[in-house]
Design a protein around this ligand. Structure first.
Ligand SMILES: *[C@@H]1O[C@H](CO)[C@@H](O)[C@H](O)[C@H]1NC(C)=O
Ligand SMILES: *[C@@H]1O[C@H](CO)[C@@H](O)[C@H](O)[C@H]1NC(C)=O
Length: 436
């Protein structure tokens, strides 16, 4: 039953591949190309990636994050099928370009430059999430430059005094190396994710990665966690330092991260908080007409600290029934809620059951006549609210791969033996230490 449910979604892969072939043969590579590129990495075992393609695509990337995804995919493909050595060359080519983002002696790479003010800013999720890929590149090239740059950036962030212990702010100035503002939120995701994953992949003796991660989780549990009778979420911190009573689809990434990290450090308390967040995030799916979760959810009875307009009477009624209400009802094909099902499903069939329910909803509400899947502008009404007419890279790179793996044999590419990077690409890990 469940396997049948997954088949229509998987058939989408061939559509995407056809699209890629056309783009590849074309004269120019449009910017939107960078959005679907990571998704096809799963198929690089059977296809060939011409050097010129990477180079021309690289010329049109807008931000480091797109390039990071490229490096990730290419390295993984190289690992998986070393018979295509060109892929390692491509990974090195992209990484050698990225190295120019480290100016002077700065630990933190430049992520973004404002041409009006000439001020640079870097998101810590970008600066803090190259460790898995660049330590792997280090291994294959026997060149320590890559891992050194990646780990120095993370250690710099981890050593800065944070507004709340362990919770680095989302933005850092690469010139001064200082945090900008005091906000914490979904922009921290990859940095937090990679703290615990790099420790596991490298078996490093340096306790800073795990200690920082544990401190962050502890701060989150004591300060940011919101629990009511129906739901559990983590909150972001707003620019004025207030803790907002609003969660987002992106922050549901913590459900998977706390489960995985809790297992790694053998802390069942953290695992259980991860599962509570998992339920809270699923609650946002289970309470809409389409069975698909919205972009944001507020859990404020009084309408305070939501960072926007006060709730309407209808929203408050919804809150009474479901424990949250919906300030932003768009679904842009994000993966985090389903990613957390993949991490949690071993041991309890309710997680694959939920993933199967999501697949039914995606087929019913997101499939469009062209054979693609579109986002929804309003998950509370479905198609009448209009489609969000973009198919994001993470739909292929994450949503579909996590769904596939949720129904796969858990011993295949097992979480005990592999560390999955943020694009759902497995890296072979050494035998786990007794404790991290
Ligand atoms: C390692 O890679 C960096 C960046 O490409 C390069 O500058 C350096 O010369 C390389 N080192 C060696 C020993 O090959
Ligand atoms: C650049 O800085 C100016 C002045 O502070 C600001 O108005 C503008 O929004 C910034 N641009 C971007 C893209 O952030």
């Amino acid at each position: 039953m469940r396997l049948f449910a997954v088949v229509p979604v998987l058939s989408l892969f061939s559509c995407s591949l056809a699209g890629v072939t056309i783009q590849r043969a074309g004269v120019s590579v449009p910017e939107s190309m960078t959005n679907i590129a990571p998704g096809i990495m799963l198929f690089l075992t059977t296809t060939w990636l011409p050097s010129a393609w990477v180079t021309s695509t690289f010329a049109c990337v807008r931000d480091d994050n797109s390039v990071y995804r490229w490096t990730r995919g290419i390295i993984w493909a190289q690992w998986f099928r070393f018979k295509y050595p060109i892929l390692l060359e491509e990974a090195k080519e992209v990484a050698d370009k990225l190295i120019f983002a480290w100016l002077g002696d700065n630990d933190i790479p430049y992520g973004f430059l404002n041409f009006t003010t000439n001020e640079a800013q870097t998101n810590i999720a970008e600066a803090g999430s190259l460790t898995l890929e660049w330590s792997t590149l280090n291994k294959y090239t026997q060149n320590t430059t890559y891992e050194k740059l990646a780990t120095e950036a993370v250690m710099h962030i981890a050593n800065l005094p944070a507004p709340l212990p362990g919770l680095a702010t989302q933005i850092i100035d690469p010139t001064t190396g200082d945090f900008v503002g005091d906000t914490w939120g979904s922009g921290n995701d990859l940095y937090s994710e990679y703290l615990v994953k790099y420790a596991r992949l490298s078996n490093t003796n340096d306790p800073i990665y795990i200690d920082t991660w544990k401190t962050a989780v502890d701060s989150s549990i004591h300060t940011l966690l919101k629990v009511n009778t129906r739901t559990t979420h983590t909150s972001p911190i707003a620019t004025d330092g207030n803790i907002l009573h609003v969660g987002s689809y992106l922050t549901c990434f913590y459900a998977g991260n706390w489960f995985y990290g809790g297992k790694s450090v053998r802390n069942e308390n953290i695992v259980n908080y991860g599962l509570a967040l998992n339920d809270g995030c699923w609650n946002t799916y289970a309470s809409t007409l389409t069975g698909i979760g919205p972009e944001s959810f507020a859990f404020s009875e009084d309408g305070n600290y939501i960072g926007g307009a006060a709730p309407t009477a209808d929203q408050l009624e919804f809150y009474d029934e479901y424990g949250f209400y919906i300030p932003d009802s768009i679904y842009v094909l994000r993966p985090e809620v389903l990613e957390s099902k993949f991490y949690a499903w071993r041991g309890d069939t309710k997680y694959p059951d939920r993933a199967a329910s999501a697949i039914d909803s995606f087929n019913k509400y997101l499939a469009v006549p062209s054979g693609d899947f579109a986002g929804l502008k309003d998950v509370t009404v479905g198609a009448p609210g209009g489609y969000w007419d973009v198919m994001e890279s993470f739909w292929f790179a994450e949503v579909l791969k996590y769904l596939y793996l949720t129904f796969d044999d858990p011993n295949h590419i097992s979480l005990d033996e592999y560390v999955y990077n943020t694009e759902c690409l497995p890296f072979k890990a050494p035998p786990a230490l007794d404790s991290h």
